[in-house]
Each structure stands twice: as structure tokens, then as C-alpha cells.
Design a protein around this ligand. Structure first.
Ligand SMILES: Nc1nc2c(ncn2[C@@H]2O[C@H](COP(=O)(O)OP(=O)(O)OP(=O)(O)O)[C@@H](O)[C@H]2O)c(=O)[nH]1
Ligand SMILES: [Mg+2]
Length: 695
């Protein structure tokens, strides 16, 4: 096998490029339909942590990793090489134009026939194909058996059966990759005589083109097909305009139009897959998906769909809040003791006051607040949410929310981006690539920030618990209030989507098909470990990295004076009149502004600023925090304004940069920040005015 791809690069939909490892001997792509386990196999081989979960469309860009002396490339899922969306284009372009040394087409053992469609299309462009039939355990449970040898004989390429979740079962696949000269396929899809005739007419002309490393027959078919994005891609590499005209003439000569041609080609692949599977797949159980259908009938029904969705959300919040109470308290106490110890040390060393102030009262206290208050809820919320994702509940949510999104002239898949936004808005924005229509994709990007990310949840929980759930910290009430807040944020998403569809982004909603995957048993242990190490610690690390310098800045602002007044008071005083109109104060608004790098640090900055003004020094419980806020003029209406503005303000810097990368437009990026901010300011002002009127 050649070393052809040592410096292959690939264009991503967002304009990013990955450069494959230059020292790797082979570049091997993992392709396949969505949700068949490509990333699971990729992770198990490379030791990387690509996002996996039980719904189609998680991987939206290329990921490269090292396995032995090969570079493995995890591709987004695609049903065919006729790409329909940004992420399918990424996969198609890599297979077609980056010339990987081999393509592993991962197939779903429980619906092999459909998976083979892509394998056949891939074999048209690449002669080095390995068919990897994944989910063999699931097939076995469903009474489906597959004759892998028979299939391999028919296809003329290696076919291996694996259960991708189990690392050991991948040895069959790695053996094949390691065997340097696995057979090259000679199987070719045969089309109806009209198409073959048109191909024959074009072939001599295509053969005159300089070598692009693409099989001439495949190029003829694509010229006839005239797929828009693929043609643009081909034109960027070679002047094929005259050939396109020839292809048009060849098609007319056999009395076919493009639609007929595409239908005939698709039918040929489907028929071939059916033919290949005859005798290969046998079913011993009659109705193997009765259980799934029964559960779906309930979870996606009109009567029970929404209530169950809300109930599940409330349960997750309750578990998060209730479960986080104790460890949060424990950590707070521990850190408070740490503060006393540190202060003692500083005194013993005779350290100057300003040093103690900056390091202990500035950095240490903000950092420990972030850890104590944010770590426990994150460590509970992330795994619970990931478990729901792994079971396969998210696509059911998208199904339920499809109708309201359609009414807003948007796409039901936006619900999936919204769900990802609960974890991280930047991830939700990238996830919008699964939406085919650019207009609907923009709607998803512009509104993603309306749902609170994990960085904002702890703020919301703290405020709701302190001001509305009573002194005994009723977790149930907090959870119900948080659910109500989330319903409000989803409602805002719908309202703004509708408004945008009627103004800036006019258009009709497109129809989409989203497969409801089978319910799968989640890998509980793995989910817990992964979500704590990959997600929780990542988010926390980011927050801490921002919190430390922010703590220092705010301490300096509070302690450096100009004209007898601290800088902090100057700034707060400047913003105060405007902030008051929104029911907030200057300090809160500064905290939101300084929290731009990471939302997690808004409350710590508020605490820093208030304590720096000399109100209270020990803060080892939520209740003491409440006292501090009340001492600084907070009332229940300040808390409501704070909740509204936490939900509705500019996205954090990471989300905003991501929005720019995805839209490549300053206008849309600016609007991604402006729309939620304007909505937040307006709602806060209306609320404050209403409270003033009524009191
Ligand atoms: N039971 C079982 N589940 C599996 C197996 N392989 C993967 N899964 C599960 O299938 C789901 C999809 O796996 P992914 O690796 O995310 O699939 P993907 O093909 O990368 O999906 P996209 O990136 O969305 O196209 C996850 O919930 C996996 O845990 C397997 O061999 N057996
Ligand atoms: Mg994937």
C-alpha cells in the first residue's frame, strides 16, 4: 500500500483544516451511515474521545487519530455520496478527493442492506474498501444472523463482523488492516443500458483529462449526475466545463433527464444491495423491534410526549440539585478552612496586605467558589444527560418538537442543536451542520444561545435556590423552578425563530427525515467516567483559567483608586443608571461583561466585587451568599432580572468565535450576540417597569 497521503489536508464546512500526521504510513477513513458506531470504533482504536451517542449526526467534521503507524480519520455519517448537508459534504469530499489508502465502511448489522448502499458507492471510487459490519451483538439479540464469508465472496472485499463497543472484538478488523495486501474489489455496479451507453460516450473524453486520481468511470457518472456541490468541487480542481456540456448531450441522446438518471442510479444501488443480502442475512425472530415501537408510541405520542419530556427534565434537575447540595457544602467548608490556613501562612510570613488580598481574597476565593458551586452539579448533570443521549431519547425529543419548529418555519433538527446547547452553546452551534438548509441552519445558530449552557446552570440554580426556594433549600421546588425557566428559554427560542423567519430569514420550512434509532442500553460506567473527565473537568478547567485572572482584575479594580474612589466603583457607577433600568446594578452588569470569556464566572465576580467593597468575608454557604446579596440591595425582583439576563445576553467568547467560524460572516456573528442581548435588555426593562408600576 502506498504512502500517498502523507500530507493530506481536508476542507471542513466551517473553513477549518486538519493536517493528517505526516509520519503515518497509511491513511484510513472510517465511513458509514449515521449512527452505526464509526466514532465508537475510532475511539477504541485511537484512544481518543470523539463524541458518541445514540442519535444520527453527532460527528460533523473530520477527526484524525493515530492507530499503530496509520492515521485513522473519523468521518461524519452519510447515507450516500450524493451529499445533502455540510457534514455529508465533508465525508464525501474526503472519500472522493483526499485519496485515503483504504476506506472502512462501517455497516449496521441490524439493517445491513441499507448500509451496503454506501459501501457499493464507495467501491465505485475506491478499490481499497473494507466492510466492517458493526453492532453484531445487537443483531444477535434481535435474532439476525449474517454470513460474513458469503458477503465477502460476493463483494470481493474483506468483510469483518465486530461489536465496536468491545475493544477485543475489533481484532478481526485490525488483522485485516494489518494484512498489507487485502484484495482489491473488482465489483462494479451495473446500471441500465441507457446510463451505460451515456457513460461509454463520455469515457473517451474523460480519459483525455490529466489524472486526478479518480476512476474515469466514476467521473463520467458524476458528470452525468451533475450534483451541484460535487460539480463545484470538481470545477475547483479541473476545468471540466466542456465535459459537463458533453455529459448533457450524452444524456439527451439516451432520452433521460437528470431526475430520471438519479432515480435510476439510486434504484440500481438499492437493488444491488438487496441482491447481495439475499441468503446473507437471516432472521430467526419475527418482530424484533416491537419493544422499541411500543415505547415510541408513548414517548412520541401527542398526549404523553410533552408531559414525559418535562417530567424527565424536572427529574434530571432535581437529581442534579439534590445530589449537588451535600458535596457543594463539603467543598465550601473545606475551601473556607483552606482560606483561614492560607491567611495564617501569609500573616506568619509577614506578607503585605495587598498580596494577601490579590492572591487569597482575589484569585483563591473566586477559584474555589467556581469549583465548589459548579463541580457537583456539572458532575451530576453531564452524566445524566449523556445517559439519556446514549439510550436514544434525544431524537424522540426532536420528533416531538418538529411540529412547533415547523410552525416557526424552521427544522425539527434544531431541537438536537438546542439539546446540545444545554451542554455547551459552541457545541450546539457546530452541531447545526446536520441541518441541510442554510437558512434553517442560520436560525439554529442565531437562537442557540437562548438555552442556557452548563456554565449558566449553576448561576440559575444558585439564584433560584437562594431567592425562591426558601431557607430549607427545597431541591424539589428549585428543580421545578428551573424546569419553568428552561420552558421559558425554549419558548423564547421558538418566538425568536419565528420572528427571524418572518423578517431576516424568510423562507418555507424544509422537510427532513430523522431516523429514530433503536433504544440502546447505555454504557453507564463509561458515560460517567467520560462525562466527568472529558466534559466536566474541561468546562471547569476553562472556567478556572478565566476565573483566576478575572479575580485578579476585579481585586485590582476594587483596590486601585482614582480621586478617592475605586476603579470598580467608577465603572459600576458609570453603568449603574442603565443597569437600574433593567432591575440590576452596575456591579452585576460589569460581572456579565467580564464574564464574556466564560459565563461560569459571573457570580464569583459579583461576590468579589461586593466583598471587595467590604461587606462580608466568609461565604461558606448559599445562605450567607444570599445575605451578602441582600446587603447589597438585592430583592426578589433583582433575582428575576438576573435570571432573565443570565438566559438572554451575549454568548460567551467561545460560542461567538464558533458562530463566526460556522457562518464566516461578521453580520450573522454580530446578530448572534445582538439578538439575545436586545431581548434580555428589553425583557428586564419591561419586567422592572411592571414591578415599579405595581408596587
Ligand atoms: N450495542 C452496541 N452499541 C454500539 C456498538 N457500537 C456503537 N454502539 C452505540 O451506537 C451509538 C452510536 O455510536 P457512534 O459511534 O456515536 O456512531 P457514529 O456512526 O459515529 O454516529 P454519527 O457520528 O452520528 O454518524 C452509541 O450509542 C454507541 O454506544 C456496538 O457494537 N454495540
Ligand atoms: Mg461519529
Amino acid at each position: 500500500m502506498g504512502l500517498t497521503n502523507s500530507s493530506t489536508g481536508a476542507n471542513l464546512a466551517g473553513g477549518t483544516r486538519i493536517l493528517l500526521n505526516t509520519t503515518a504510513k497509511k491513511v484510513i477513513a472510517l465511513a458509514g451511515n449515521p449512527n452505526v458506531g464509526k466514532s465508537t470504533i475510532f475511539n477504541n482504536l485511537t484512544g481518543m474521545n470523539q463524541h458518541t451517542g445514540n442519535w444520527p449526526g453527532k460527528t460533523v467534521s473530520l477527526a484524525a487519530g493515530r492507530w499503530q503507524d496509520c492515521t485513522l480519520v473519523d468521518l461524519p455519517g452519510t447515507y450516500s455520496l450524493m451529499a445533502h448537508s455540510a457534514e455529508e459534504e465533508v465525508a464525501r469530499n474526503f472519500i472522493c478527493f483526499d485519496h485515503p489508502d483504504a476506506v472502512i465502511v462501517v455497516c449496521d448489522a441490524t439493517c445491513l442492506e441499507r448500509s451496503l448502499n454506501l459501501a457499493l458507492q464507495t467501491m465505485e471510487i475506491s478499490s481499497r474498501v473494507i466492510v466492517c459490519v458493526n453492532l453484531m451483538d445487537e443483531a444477535k439479540r434481535k435474532g439476525i444472523s449474517i454470513d460474513l464469508d458469503l458477503l465477502s465472496g460476493r463483494l470481493g472485499v474483506p468483510v469483518v463482523g465486530v461489536s465496536g463497543r468491545r475493544k477485543k472484538s475489533l481484532s478481526a478488523l485490525t488483522d485485516v488492516i494489518n494484512s498489507a495486501d487485502f484484495p482489491q474489489s473488482s465489483l462494479q455496479l451495473q446500471y441500465c443500458s441507457e446510463i451505460e451507453q451515456a457513460v461509454s460516450a463520455l469515457l473517451p473524453l474523460v480519459n483525455t483529462l490529466p489524472d486526478m486520481g479518480i476512476p474515469p468511470r466514476w467521473l463520467c457518472l458524476k458528470l452525468l449526475e451533475r450534483d451541484e456541490t460535487l460539480t463545484a468541487e470538481l470545477l475547483s480542481r479541473q476545468d471540466i466545463q466542456p465535459l459537463l456540456e458533453e455529459a448533457g448531450a450524452a444524456l439527451s441522446a439516451v432520452s433521460l433527464d437528470h431526475t430520471q438518471l438519479c432515480d435510476l442510479m439510486a434504484a440500481a444501488a438499492v437493488n444491488a444491495a438487496e441482491e447481495l443480502c439475499r441468503g446473507v442475512v437471516t432472521y430467526s425472530a419475527g418482530k424484533y423491534n416491537t419493544f422499541d415501537r411500543r415505547v415510541d408510541k408513548i414517548l412520541t405520542s401527542r398526549a404523553a410526549g410533552y408531559p414525559l419530556m418535562l417530567l424527565l427534565l424536572a427529574i434530571i434537575f432535581w437529581l442534579t440539585i439534590e445530589g449537588a447540595n451535600y458535596p457543594s457544602q463539603l467543598l465550601s467548608n473545606l475551601f473556607a478552612k483552606g482560606q483561614i490556613l492560607l491567611t495564617d501562612l501569609f500573616t506568619r510570613w509577614g506578607a503585605p496586605d495587598w498580596l494577601h488580598g490579590a492572591l487569597v481574597l482575589g484569585i483563591y476565593r473566586v477559584l474555589t467558589w467556581v469549583v465548589a458551586v459548579m463541580l457537583p452539579p456539572m458532575a451530576i448533570f453531564f452524566p445524566l444527560f449523556t445517559l439519556l443521549e446514549d439510550v436514544g431519547y434525544l431524537p424522540r425529543v426532536a420528533y416531538n418538537l418538529d411540529k412547533p419548529f415547523k410552525r416557526c418555519k424552521a427544522c425539527g433538527k434544531q431541537a438536537l442543536c438546542m439539546a446540545m446547547g444545554f451542554g455547551c452553546n459552541a457545541a450546539g452551534i457546530v452541531g447545526s451542520r446536520i441541518i441541510d438548509s442554510p437558512r434553517e441552519r442560520l436560525l439554529a445558530i442565531l437562537t442557540n444561545n437562548f438555552v442556557p449552557c452548563n456554565g449558566r446552570f449553576p448561576t440559575l440554580i444558585a439564584i433560584l435556590t437562594m431567592f425562591f426556594a426558601g431557607a430549607s433549600t427545597s431541591s424539589l421546588l428549585s428543580a421545578l423552578l428551573l424546569t419553568a425557566v428552561i420552558i421559558f428559554s425554549v419558548g423564547m427560542t421558538f418566538a425568536v425563530t419565528k420572528l427571524l423567519s418572518a423578517t431576516l430569514l424568510k423562507g418555507a420550512p424544509s422537510s427532513f427525515t430523522l431516523e429514530l434509532p433503536p433504544y440502546r442500553k447505555p454504557q453507564i460506567g463509561k458515560v460517567i467516567v467520560r462525562s466527568i473527565f472529558d466534559r466536566t473537568l474541561f468546562v471547569l478547567g476553562r472556567a478556572a483559567a478565566v476565573a483566576a485572572p478575572a479575580g485578579l482584575v476585579i481585586w485590582l479594580m476594587a483596590n486601585v483608586s482614582a480621586g478617592g474612589v475605586s476603579l470598580l466603583n467608577h465603572c459600576a457607577g458609570f453603568l449603574d443608571p442603565f443597569a437600574r433600568l433593567m432591575g440590576l446594578d452596575g456591579v452585576i452588569l460589569i460581572a456579565f461583561i467580564l464574564g464574556f470569556p466564560a459565563n461560569e464566572i459571573v457570580i464569583p465576580i459579583i461576590i468579589m466585587a461586593y466583598t471587595a467593597q467590604g461587606s462580608l468575608l466568609e461565604l461558606d454557604s448559599t445562605w450567607q451568599l444570599r445575605q451578602l446579596l441582600i446587603a447589597n440591595g438585592w430583592t426578589w425582583s433583582t433575582a428575576v432580572s438576573m435570571v432573565i439576563f443570565s438566559l438572554l445576553h451575549w454568548p460567551c467568547s467561545t460560542a461567538l468565535i464558533t458562530a463566526y467560524r460556522e457562518t464566516l460572516s461578521r453580520k450573522w456573528t454580530a446578530l448572534t450576540a445582538l439578538i439575545p442581548t436586545a431581548a434580555g435588555v428589553l425583557l428586564c426593562m419591561l419586567f422592572t417597569a411592571a414591578v415599579k408600576l405595581l408596587s
